[in-house]
Design a protein around this ligand. Structure first.
Ligand SMILES: Cc1ncc(C[n+]2csc(CCOP(=O)(O)OP(=O)(O)O)c2C)c(N)n1
Ligand SMILES: [Mg+2]
Length: 570
């Protein structure tokens, strides 16, 4: 069997449903075989970065239980994939990236030249630091073992991206049918890098700290959001009145509920940060406690609390914040072995959750009364519009993302996706294409004028696919998040965020791509436009004109304390 056909067979065997790509000479054999095989839907994008984000979207939509593929040709096709690969690396998303490469005899090897073949490029070295596995296949006999290893690694332990670089001549070679058969029968080895289950000693140590806590708080991170038992574990917190908060990534799957106090961090909700700074036990599940989550003063983070940190990745455990108890475990295993019962937190202060609820209510105010269109009002309206309906929200990067994170209240059957560790502008539209393709729910993109311009070419892909997808562009005519930073630290000099920055009319741009578009500039027309979202099953773009809206309130000033966000408030 032709090697490229064998790859298609293996991908079929592992139920890879989508492959996103931009064609080039070095992947034509692979594409032809995938198309001939017919099981995997090929989606042609207009930029390999967008193809990578779309593959990430498919894997995200499946909560990391299935792999999607993005392909690029050698040279620029390969380098264009890198941002998306990094995004999968930081946010633990299992994706397979395949790059075509020049023929084996055109590889420069150890020669001290820059390049031998046309578009030859050492993508393996470039991607090694942001993949779980990155390899070039220079012998056809290695192709299927390497593919098997790559697919296994992507889905095992802390999940993540893998890359295979396959020279053109290798794709065209023959692999004996019995060898293909053998690899087709080989299940993936998903136990690779899986940490041991929670020891009795660790479970007892967690229980002992919980037993004396008066003001316990649980913080869910990205490592918890896809755990199969997350929902039932959260239900048991609700049942026993234990408060919980989340990081940006943890928030992706948590519904608004009585004991949920939203997102912590430099753009966190005030009540969430107050909870962290006043709890006496913080149980951190799958969060790496980076600067956006803790602020820069790590010693002040959770200043009154004993911290228990549970993470699948041992390297994350003794990092910025030194936890009192560090446990290396898969969060799903932790959920299964450490159940919340009536006697888990016997000393909880009766007033603790009540105090947090009072604060949540007090802070649920519009912090933008001086603005013509307030982000607080926009997300309140969106929450109401989509109440009771299944939605995938996908956010881009900037102030609009943080407004969304502070304002979106998820209902049952609603999820949100953020570009977490990479924070890549241009993520939302292509990721939403992957999510929208593989999900029956409506998909809603929240983006900014800067972010949408990074991958706006994919409006054409959206039009071609005709997905049930609405794009909300919060157009403040600036790279608002950075402008805000300049306002604070550069005496308002706005180089490249306002000065020298420009954007088109997104409604007109969408129309040029064949999409329906509405432009609004006040709350009344916004309300009318939002009314159109639920009943509309084809692509729609709503452009909200909000010039001058370039601030996120509240936020942490540089070096500030987590519970002293700007603007100050009691
Ligand atoms: C690819 C990329 N380039 C640059 C940045 C730095 N950056 C972070 S937020 C931001 C502004 C985003 O502008 P926009 O999408 O309009 O959102 P706004 O903050 O205005 O809501 C920039 C430039 C980034 N995160 N990603
Ligand atoms: Mg903007």
């Amino acid at each position: 069997m032709k090697a490229s056909a064998a790859i298609a067979k293996i991908l079929e065997q592992h139920r890879v449903q989508y492959c996103f790509e931009l064609v080039g000479g070095m992947i034509t054999h692979l594409l032809d075989s995938l198309a001939e095989n017919g099981r995997c839907t090929i989606i042609s994008m207009h930029h390999e970065q967008a193809a990578a984000f779309a593959a990430e979207g498919v894997a995200r939509q499946a909560s990391g239980t299935s792999i999607a593929v993005a392909m690029g040709t050698s040279g620029p096709g390969a380098t264009n994939l890198l941002t998306g690969i990094g995004s999968c690396w930081f946010d633990s998303i299992p994706c397979l990236f395949i790059t075509g490469q020049v023929n084996v005899n055109e590889l420069k090897g150890d020669r001290a030249i820059r390049q031998q073949g046309f578009q030859e490029l050492d993508i393996v070295s470039m991607s090694r630091s942001i993949t779980k596995y990155s390899g070039q296949v220079t012998e056809v006999g290695q192709l299927l073992p390497e593919l098997h290893r790559a697919l296994s690694l992507a889905q095992s332990g802390r999940k993540g991206p893998v890359l295979l670089d396959i020279p053109n001549d290798i794709q065209r070679m023959d692999i004996p049918d019995e060898v293909v058969k053998k690899w087709l029968a080989q299940p993936l080895d998903t136990d690779l890098n899986t940490p041991p289950s929670l020891s009795n000693k660790d479970a007892a140590s967690v229980a002992a700290l919980c037993r004396y806590a008066k003001r316990p708080l649980v913080c869910f991170g990205g490592g918890a959001r896809w755990a199969a038992s997350m929902g039932s574990w959260v239900d048991s917190l609700e049942k026993h009145g234990i408060p919980y908060v989340s990081t940006l990534m943890g928030q992706e799957r948590i519904c608004g509920s009585k004991h949920y106090f939203s997102m912590i961090g430099s753009y966190g909700n005030r009540e969430a940060n107050w909870a962290v700074q006043n709890c006496d036990l913080l149980l951190v599940l799958g969060a790496r406690l980076d600067v956006r989550q803790t602020g820069s003063d790590t010693a002040d983070f959770a200043r009154h609390a004993k911290i228990i940190q549970v993470d699948i990745d041992p390297a994350q455990l003794d990092n910025r914040v030194k936890a009192d108890l560090k446990i290396c475990a898969d969060i799903e295993v932790f959920f299964k072995q450490f159940k919340i019962a009536a006697d888990t937190f016997p000393c909880t202060d009766a007033s603790w959750a009540g105090e947090l609820m009072t604060r949540r209510e007090r802070h649920d105010v519009d912090e933008y009364p001086d603005w013509r269109i307030s982000p607080h009002q926009i997300f309140k309206r969106l929450n109401e519009t989509m109440r009771g309906q299944a939605v995938n929200y996908v956010c881009d990067v900037g102030n609009h993302q943080m407004w969304a994170a502070q304002g979106i209240r998820l209902g049952a059957d609603q999820v949100v996706h953020y570009s977490g560790g990479m924070g890549a502008m241009g993520f939302a539209l292509p990721a939403a294409i992957g999510i929208g393709l593989s999900s029956p729910k409506k998909t809603i993109v929240i983006t900014g004028d800067g972010s949408l311009q990074v991958n706006s070419q994919e409006l054409d892909t959206l039009n071609r696919l005709g997905l049930n997808l609405t794009i909300i562009v919060m157009n403040n005519f600036s790279l608002g998040m950075v402008k805000n930073f300049q306002d604070m630290y550069f005496d308002g000099r706005n180089q490249s965020t306002r000065k020298g920055y420009s954007c088109p009319s997104f409604a007109k741009l969408a129309e040029a791509y064949g999409l329906r578009a509405i432009q609004v500039s006040d709350m009344e027309s916004l309300r009318a436009a939002f009314e159109k979202i639920p009943g509309n099953t084809s692509p729609l773009l709503i452009e909200i004109m909000m010039e001058g809206a370039t601030e996120c309130r509240p936020r942490l000033a540089f070096g500030g304390k987590l519970d002293e966000q700007h603007p100050k408030c009691s």
